[in-house]
Structures are given as structure tokens and as C-alpha cells.
Ligand binder design. Structure first.
Ligand code: GRF
Length: 195
């Protein structure tokens, strides 16, 4: 399988995915694409020998469709057959998602269906949750609501701040996403639930 990874920032999940695609892994990374030309993850992808591309979303203003057409144009030459959103912070319209349904994954830092959207760690703390975590799901037209392919749980500690909780979740993201992607590319949709 030809995997394209979409990022917006540091790309730590992208690095974890790249590091997992070695040896007899059935998938290979064909491009890392960012909506921010300055994203730190682009340099990390280059260091790992992966082609990179950037489509700056800012010149497109509120014209999401034009931005997504540019994304598609940047992806097309690499002919990916699986998109992994990894810290990708732009909302994609149904027009973009539709053709990729069943071939696009995302990792979200909460135990969906809890806390779709942003600021998930602060919301879990504010709610007094004793457990939190991350979810890998298939991307569908409804934001953060696609079929769940995997989850990893972490305890919430009494002195946690959003940052300390986010750091604990991120460690699990780096375990969960590669495990789910590897199973997914074999056609197995059985959810992975990491303790
Ligand atoms: C992190 O908050 C992570 O929880 C979420 O996206 C953000 C950046 O991740 N998935 P990354 O380091 O760019 O992969």
C-alpha cells in the first residue's frame, strides 16, 4: 500500500508511522504533505528520506474547496492509496473525504465519542475524567465521528495539567497509530484496544 501522511506541525505521529514501515511491512510512505510550509515535521520527514510537499492553506482564505483541489493535485503524482492524517489541523469537506472514504485514517487525542474537536485534554480534566486517551478512526464526512479502529487509554492523575496529560496521551498515540495502520492495510478492521 502507498501511504501519504498529512501533517500540520511537529509530526511526531508521522515519525512513528514512518519508523513502523520497515522490513516486511505491507505499506510504504510515498509522501508527507503539510498545509504549513514551515511545519517542523517536513524537515523530520526529509531526514527520514521521505518525499515532502506543502500546500499553504492561507492563500486560499475561506475557499476550502480550492485548497482541497490543491491538496489533491499535490497528492496525485504520488498515487497514494491510503491517507493518514497525523496532527493535521484542517477540517476537510465531504467533497474531499468522499472519494477517500475507507482509505483515510485519523488520530484524535480523546476516547471518542468523547470530546470530538479541539482542546480535548483540558475538557477531560474539566470534566473530572479519571481516564483519557486517543482514538484512531476512519475519516468520514462527520468530523471525528468515523468507525473506531483503535483506542489507547491513560490514567488521569490528580496533578495533571492539559500539557502533562497531552504528553502522556501522545506516547500512546505513537504506539496505537502504527499498530492500527499495519492491521488496516491488511484489510483487518478489528479494533485494537491498548491497555
Ligand atoms: C497532538 O496534539 C496529537 O495529540 C494530535 O495532533 C497533535 C500534534 O501531533 N494527533 P504530531 O506531533 O504533529 O503528530
Amino acid at each position: 500500500r502507498r501511504v501519504a501522511i498529512l501533517i500540520s506541525g511537529g509530526g511526531s505521529n508521522m515519525v512513528a508511522l514512518l519508523r513502523s514501515m520497515t522490513g516486511d511491512h505491507p505499506a510504504r510512505p510515498v509522501v508527507v504533505l503539510s498545509n504549513d510550509p514551515e511545519a517542523g515535521g517536513l524537515a523530520r520527514a526529509r531526514e527520514l528520506g521521505v518525499l515532502v510537499a506543502a500546500v499553504d492553506h492561507r492563500p486560499f482564505g475561506r475557499d476550502r474547496v480550492a485548497f482541497e483541489d490543491a491538496l489533491q493535485a499535490a497528492l496525485a503524482p504520488h498515487a497514494p492509496d491510503l491517507l493518514c492524517l497525523a496532527g493535521f489541523m484542517r477540517i476537510l469537506t465531504p467533497g474531499f473525504v468522499g472519494p477517500w472514504k475507507g482509505r483515510m485514517l485519523n488520530i484524535h487525542p480523546s476516547l471518542l465519542p468523547l470530546y470530538p474537536g479541539l482542546h480535548t485534554h483540558a475538557r477531560a480534566l474539566a470534566h473530572g475524567d479519571r481516564e483519557h486517551g486517543c482514538t484512531v478512526h476512519e475519516v468520514t464526512e462527520e468530523l471525528d465521528h468515523g468507525p473506531i479502529l483503535g483506542q489507547a487509554r491513560v490514567p488521569v492523575l490528580t496533578d495533571d495539567t492539559p500539557d502533562t496529560l497531552a504528553a502522556r496521551v501522545l506516547v500512546q498515540e505513537h504506539r496505537l497509530y502504527p499498530a492500527v495502520m499495519r492491521r488496516y492495510v491488511t484489510g483487518d478492521r478489528t479494533p485494537i484496544l491498548l491497555p
